[in-house]
Design a protein around this ligand. Sequence first.
Ligand SMILES: Nc1ncnc2c1ncn2[C@@H]1O[C@H](COP(=O)(O)OP(=O)(O)OP(=O)(O)O)[C@@H](O)[C@H]1O
Ligand SMILES: [Mg+2]
Length: 258
Amino acid sequence: MLEARLLTKIYGGEGGMPPQRAVNGFHLSIHPGEWVGVMGPSGSGKTSLLRMLGTLDLPTSGELWFRGRELTALSPEERAHFRRCHLGFIFQDFRLLEALTLRENTWLPLVLAGEDPSVMQERSDAMAAALGLENGWHRYPRHASGGEKQRAAAIRAMIHRPDLVLADEPTGNLDSKASRALLSAMDTLRQEYGSAILMVTHDPVAASRCERVLFIRDGTLMTEIRRGEDRQDFLRRILTVVSAMGGERLDLEGMGLS
Ligand SMILES: Nc1ncnc2c1ncn2[C@@H]1O[C@H](COP(=O)(O)OP(=O)(O)OP(=O)(O)O)[C@@H](O)[C@H]1O
Ligand SMILES: [Mg+2]
């Protein structure tokens, strides 16, 4: 469905600044309905990769194909239209509109698609109930907690049932219960509507929900591991790679593993 070939992002290089190769010749294929995790140390290029896959940033070089269309060849307006129709984003810093309540924020993709207001309300209220967001639902972002905002951002990313959800640390602000609820909601979307998910995470437990996990370091794919039947075994293998790569804080106690 989405295919990246030799995707490269180099920042800087002007005004005497040394160029920074944030993503270095990355190849990746994402299939419909697939759940892919991305892990790697801070500064390894995860967000840069995700922003290019989502057409928010153009690569310095390389190609990006979606169902036979080369996305980097599209005009900015065409790319914006592509994103609205096919993608959903969960950003590290939520990006909610302050003038709208959390509930109203989640309607935006459907407003842009010209959807009926009753559909927006029904769909968003059902998703909020599934994520335990009744409390903060009618609050403005400035009065909501980080976890409430994170869940509203996730609903907004999924409400239009996109082909691909690109999520940057979607559980970063959530406690383990809210985190499990969000990951289950993402899984439901995936199974019911065939949406694929690409999820950047520092949390090995969250990563173990994925079908495969890519490990990235210095903008390069180091290795990729696949889940088999046994999720605990997958978690153990993820932990092994994370600790072998270093640069990652491992809170084994917090994960209930020591
Ligand atoms: N807009 C930018 N301009 C210049 N350099 C940038 C820019 N964005 C990222 N970088 C650099 O590119 C590298 C990769 O950054 P990126 O944000 O993609 O890493 P990351 O893996 O998402 O890190 P984290 O886990 O901390 O979110 C870093 O060295 C960063 O400083
Ligand atoms: Mg990042």
